[in-house]
Design a protein around this ligand. Structure first.
Ligand SMILES: [Zn+2]
Length: 327
C-alpha cells in the first residue's frame, strides 16, 4: 500500500499537539503549542494550522500532500455536524463550526471527534487494544474520560457524547463533580479528586507529612510522591481513589463485557495504582465476564489521540472526499 499521510491535531485545554501521521500510525513530525483558548477559535485554529505546517516541514512533506485532516476536541461533538457546542476547557469557544472553518482554511477534508473517543480509536487500531473487537478505553488524569468500541465500531450516541465514563455515578450524595452532579467517578478517582481530598486532610491537620511536602495546595503528584516515601495518609488517599476506579471498571465490565479495558492517563504512572483498581474490579465483578478480560495500560501515551483521529480520517477519507465533491 502506498504511503498516505494524514494531518492530525489534538486540541486540549492547555496545549495543542499537531502531527503528521502515516497510514501505519507512525508519527513523522510533530509540534506542540499552547492552546490559549481565551484568544478565541479563529486565532486558535490559525495557530493550529501553522503548527501543522511546521510538523509537515519536519516530516519533509507539504500540507498539499496530506489526504485529510483529523482534529480532536476536549468535549462532546457530533462528528457529522462538526460544530462544537462548547467545551469546559475551551471557554469562549461556543457553537464553533470547526469542520467548516478548518476545511476552508486548510483545503483538506476534515474529520472531528471527541478527544477520548479518538484516543480509544488509537489504542484500538494501533495500541494496547489491537486485535480486539470489544474494547473500552478509560483515561484517568486530571479528569476521567473514555471511549467505547463495540463490535469494531466506536459508540458515538445521539450527540457524539457516548462514553462519558467519568460521569458514571459511583457514590450517591458523594463529592461535587465539575459537571455539577455528585459522586461521579471523576469526583472520586481523578487527579483533581485526589488533590481535593489531600487539601481537605491538610486543612484539617490530619496529613502533616503531606503538608510538609506539598504545602497548602497539594497535587496528585505530591500525593504519589508522599505515598512512595511511606506516608500512610497519602497511601490511603491513593487506595481510596484506586478502589473507586475499580468500581468504575466493574460497572464497565458488567455493562459492556469487553475483551480489553485499556487505561491511559497520568494516574496509571503511579506504581500499583492501576493494578489495585484492576484487582478490585476482578474480585467483585461477575466471574464469567473477567475470565478472558484483559485490563491493560495504554500503549501510545499522549499520542493516542492524534494516532486515533488519523486512523479515523484514513478510514473515512473516501467517504468525506466524495461528500465534499458533491457539496
Ligand atoms: Zn460528573
Amino acid at each position: 500500500m502506498a504511503r498516505t499521510l494524514i494531518g492530525a491535531a489534538d486540541i486540549g485545554g492547555t496545549k495543542i499537539l499537531a502531527a503528521i501521521v502515516d497510514n501505519d500510525g507512525h508519527v513523522l513530525g510533530e509540534r506542540r503549542i499552547a492552546t490559549e483558548p481565551e484568544r478565541g477559535p479563529e486565532d486558535g485554529l490559525a495557530r493550529l494550522l501553522d503548527a501543522l505546517a511546521g510538523a509537515a516541514a519536519d516530516a519533509g512533506v507539504g500540507i498539499a500532500t496530506l489526504r485529510a485532516l483529523g482534529v480532536t476536541i476536549p468535549g462532546p461533538i457530533d462528528p457529522r455536524a462538526q460544530v462544537l457546542p462548547g467545551a469546559p476547557n475551551l471557554p469562549g469557544w461556543k457553537n464553533v463550526p470547526l469542520g467548516r472553518m478548518l476545511r476552508e482554511r486548510s483545503g483538506l477534508p476534515v474529520v472531528v471527534e471527541n478527544d477520548a473517543n479518538a484516543a480509544a480509536l488509537g489504542e484500538y487500531a494501533r495500541g494496547a487494544g489491537r486485535s480486539t473487537r470489544d474494547m473500552t478505553y478509560i483515561t484517568a488524569s486530571t479528569g476521567i474520560g473514555g471511549g467505547i468500541i463495540a463490535n469494531g465500531r466506536l459508540v458515538s450516541g445521539l450527540n457524539g457524547a457516548a462514553g462519558e465514563v467519568g460521569h458514571m455515578v459511583i457514590l450517591v450524595d458523594g463529592p461535587m463533580c465539575g459537571c455539577g452532579r455528585r459522586g461521579c467517578l471523576e469526583a472520586l478517582a481523578s487527579g483533581t479528586a485526589i488533590a481535593r481530598e489531600a487539601a481537605r486532610l491538610i486543612a484539617e491537620g490530619r496529613a502533616p507529612l503531606l503538608a510538609e511536602r506539598a504545602g497548602p495546595v497539594p497535587t496528585a503528584k505530591h500525593v504519589a510522591e508522599a505515598a512512595a516515601a511511606g506516608d500512610e495518609v497519602a497511601q490511603r488517599l491513593l487506595d481510596d481513589a484506586a478502589r473507586y476506579l475499580g468500581i468504575g471498571l466493574m460497572n464497565l465490565i458488567h455493562l459492556l463485557n469487553p475483551e480489553a479495558i485499556v487505561v491511559g492517563g497520568g494516574l496509571t504512572k503511579i506504581p500499583g495504582f492501576l493494578d489495585r483498581a484492576a484487582a478490585f474490579a476482578r474480585e467483585h465483578a461477575i466471574p464469567l465476564m473477567t475470565e478472558r478480560l484483559r485490563i491493560v495500560p495504554a500503549a501510545l501515551d499522549d499520542y493516542s489521540g492524534v494516532v486515533g483521529i488519523a486512523w479515523l480520517a484514513l478510514q473515512h477519507s473516501d467517504t468525506i472526499l466524495r461528500t465534499e465533491e458533491q457539496a
